[in-house]
Design a protein around this ligand. Sequence first.
Ligand SMILES: Nc1ncnc2c1ncn2[C@@H]1O[C@H](COP(=O)(O)OP(=O)(O)OP(=O)(O)O)[C@@H](O)[C@H]1O
Ligand SMILES: [Mg+2]
Length: 266
Amino acid sequence: MALRVALGNNKGGTGKTSSTINLAAALAEEGKTVLVVGMDPQMNAERRMGLHVDEDNPIPTVSEAIKDGRSGVAIDAVTDIAWPAPYNERIRVIPARYDLENRISEAAVLGAVSRLRNVLDGVDDTYDFTLIDCPPSLGHLTQMALCAADVAVITLEPEYDAVASAVRFRDFIEAQAAELKNPELAVLGYIVNRSRPNLGAHAFQIEGLAERFGADKVWEPHITERTAIKDAADSEVPLRHLGAGAPREMADEYRKLAQHLLKAAV
Ligand SMILES: Nc1ncnc2c1ncn2[C@@H]1O[C@H](COP(=O)(O)OP(=O)(O)OP(=O)(O)O)[C@@H](O)[C@H]1O
Ligand SMILES: [Mg+2]
């Protein structure tokens, strides 16, 4: 059974998608299989793994699966990624599409929060990990992801608003786990992203993280702000594919970060 991880934060741009795809790459490098589920209509994870919407040849997405709602139907939307080997052998994606927005209006339908969980049922049994990329919101799409997940991982930038949003995300899970039909749901850890510890404001926030979230929950290493991450995302390749220097260093950092997931999956 896959360990299902929802990566979220109420705030945009905190590294939910970067963490999703770079952890997927790191886990694949460890020989693990990963199913990435796009729950963000922005489709950033999909695009960064080389998938593009072809209006003439539409492929099934998580949006149609959720609309259908039948148990396990998301199997029809499992798609290969366009990254090179070995990543494309070990990572698959259930992509989002911009029309995933339309599912939000169905939130009031009875049982709507469980729909992603239902459609994923059995689909990821043969994977080691399922990583769900959430949108920057606490709304219905994120709620479906939190219902489907075994654990949540919160990404944050060490600055005031992102930390406040991480707190909101954590408190939402603690207060609403039962409403989300997932009473055991807990935050597994916090990823500190875009860290610039030489900035006073960042250093100040970093100092407070352990007390706020628990020292064992604030994962090391912190991911620093490096253009390699943006370059890999823009070029639609895994970090390591960009070559030596900063890209390889950052890929190694994600390998260390992925150890927290590997430990949790045992
Ligand atoms: N450590 C980093 N160093 C440099 N650039 C980064 C880093 N992390 C993320 N970025 C870049 O910052 C932007 C936002 O990151 P990302 O898309 O991962 O955040 P997000 O939380 O998924 O955003 P959204 O809320 O819009 O889904 C992207 O262009 C990404 O490539
Ligand atoms: Mg994103």
